[in-house]
Design a protein around this ligand. Structure first.
Ligand code: HEM
Length: 486
């Protein structure tokens, strides 16, 4: 291997540095002299090294790779990156836990974030999903409160089972996600051994303006593997970075993790009469009703060279959609479209889209100008307004998504809680889980909720009962509660 030419150390403005160990002082013991620009520059930059961590999903790991189309679904979508079997698109994926801080343990019980940026020729498409197909809530108004309860008590700065279960027991639509979270799927063995789901329903539309409702599934080719609650607890102390290490090391040694990517497709007609609200993110579409259809394969084959540049500064947004993929009327998805770009302007600054990890690999021809850290040529001498008659880029009406029919008066509508909201959690407990999985589920819940006040335990146990009588009875028994009281 050719020897790398040894570089000379410089200041951040390129002046060669003669000494990087000793500050300039008045005499060997004397005070520091202010004209030591290198010292001041070094300290001042260090003082500003930290940026705000993500308000959720702060701990994570990422890798580069590609997505390859394996099945022709062009009748459903005009997205160019899906236009041909065999076509490859560069991707960057980031996996994360949700509630913990940047230094928290990878094996915590928590949903795992599963975010994938597709650098398509028509701009970036981001799939910002989780390893669970559903979520705890279905209206964004509840999100900040929900997240507060998963973080630390404002007085003690400790995780607090009262806060955790108080909120969930007052939020019955969370029962499906709670059942998944407290199964062993809440503690995946690694980021490679879990699936990813869009959760939300998206719109796919073709060039004729026909559209469908679609959910995305990334099925791990490594197989699902989870820690038991006990193993996860041990791993917190043994190797808090276990999933980060596993992803890095497996790619480093050429064992490239892969996921087969599938879709569920629903027609607008089917959506009108489906037994579950297709835009309610607390519900799945059972595969018996809407089978999985292959679309492609994702392979991660390259580790980041620099964690901060590529992983910490990565900015995913459900609003990053490309022609052929649009939003659905899911009200929580719409709020997410706002939230991500907003937090990223705060976390990374207004020109975060120019950072190499976030910039599209296709042309970027917008009329946005200026702002802090605008480090490209800022549009040069091109016009900075539209319409203009100086040859600036024009919008292309051909790219419009089909209109979504909307009616009704604007108001604050509550989702009506019905028995239907307990059906899928009950089916999961009864029909999908094995007896061993049910046993782990009950032990994991009891081990956590036993730290909460009895009145909260009773309220939450009533929800388990509503999902399935036996489920409720076993939790009540594990907590030593009188079933008659629940
Ligand atoms: C109203 C509901 C939600 C709101 C307001 C919300 C908000 C946020 C915010 C502010 C971030 C930090 C982004 C950043 O700093 O770059 C984030 C990260 C994330 N969220 Fe959500 N979120 C919501 C629901 C969801 C749901 C339902 C999912 C999954 C289906 C999800 C998946 C993720 C993932 C994977 C990340 C991490 C992205 C990364 O790796 O950088 N979120 N969310």
């Amino acid at each position: 291997m050719a020897e790398k030419k040894k570089k000379k150390l410089t200041t951040s403005f390129g002046k060669p540095v003669e000494n990087d160990l000793n500050s300039i002082t008045a005499g060997p013991k004397g005070p520091v002299i202010l004209h030591d620009v290198h010292l001041i520059d070094k300290l001042a930059h260090f003082n500003r090294e930290r940026i705000p961590e993500r308000v959720v999903h702060a701990k994570g790991a990422g890798a580069h790779g590609y997505f390859e189309v394996t099945n022709d679904l062009t009748k459903y979508t005009r997205a160019k990156f899906l236009s041909e079997v065999g076509k490859r698109t560069e991707v960057f994926a980031r996996f994360s836990t949700v509630g913990g801080e940047k230094g928290s343990a990878d094996s915590e019980r928590d949903p795992r974030g599963f975010a994938v940026k597709f650098y398509t020729e028509e701009g970036n498409f981001d799939m910002v999903g989780n390893n669970t197909p559903v979520f705890f809530i279905r209206d964004a108004m509840k999100f900040p409160d929900f997240i507060h309860t998963q973080k630390r008590n404002p007085a003690t700065n400790l995780k607090d089972p009262d806060m955790f279960w108080d909120f969930l027991s007052l939020t019955p639509e969370s029962i499906h996600q709670v059942t998944i979270l407290f199964s062993d799927r809440g503690t995946p063995r690694s980021y490679r051994h879990m699936n990813g789901y869009s959760g939300h329903t998206l719109m796919w539309y073709n060039e004729k303006g026909e559209y469908w409702w679609v959910k995305l599934h990334f099925k791990t080719e490594q197989g699902i593997e989870n820690f038991t609650g006990e193993e996860a607890d041990k791993m917190r102390g043994k190797d808090p970075d276990t999933a980060t290490r596993d992803l890095h090391e497996s790619i480093e040694k050429g064992d490239h993790p892969a996921w087969s990517v599938k879709v569920q497709i629903m027609t607008p007609e089917q959506a009108k009469s489906y037994r579950f609200d297709p835009f309610d993110v607390t519900k799945v579409w059972p595969h018996g009703d809407f089978p999985l259809i292959d679309v492609g394969r994702m392979v991660l084959n390259r580790n980041p060279e620099n964690y901060f540049a590529e992983v910490e500064q990565a900015a995913f947004s459900p609003g990053n959609l490309v022609p052929g993929i649009g939003p659905s009327p899911d009200k929580m998805f719409q709020a997410r479209i706002f939230a991500y770009h907003d937090t990223q302007r705060h976390r990374l600054g207004p020109n975060y889209h120019l950072l190499p990890i976030n910039a599209p690999k296709s042309d970027m021809n917008s009329y946005q100008r200026d702002g802090a850290a605008r480090y490209d040529n800022n549009g040069g001498s091109e016009p900075n307004y539209w319409p203009n008659s100086f040859g600036g880029p024009d919008p292309d009406p051909e790219m419009a998504a089909p209109p979504i029919e909307i009616s009704d008066a604007a108001d604050r509508y509550a989702y009506e809680l019905t028995d239907n909201d307990f059906v899928q959690a009950g089916d999961l407990y009864r029909k999908v889980m094995t007896e061993k999985e049910r046993e782990h589920l009950v032990n994991n819940i009891v081990g956590h909720i036993k730290g909460a006040q009895k009145r909260i335990q009773l309220r939450q146990t009533a929800l388990f009962f509503k999902a399935d009588r036996e489920y409720g009875e076993r939790i009540a028994k594990g907590l030593g509660l009188d079933v008659a009281e629940v």
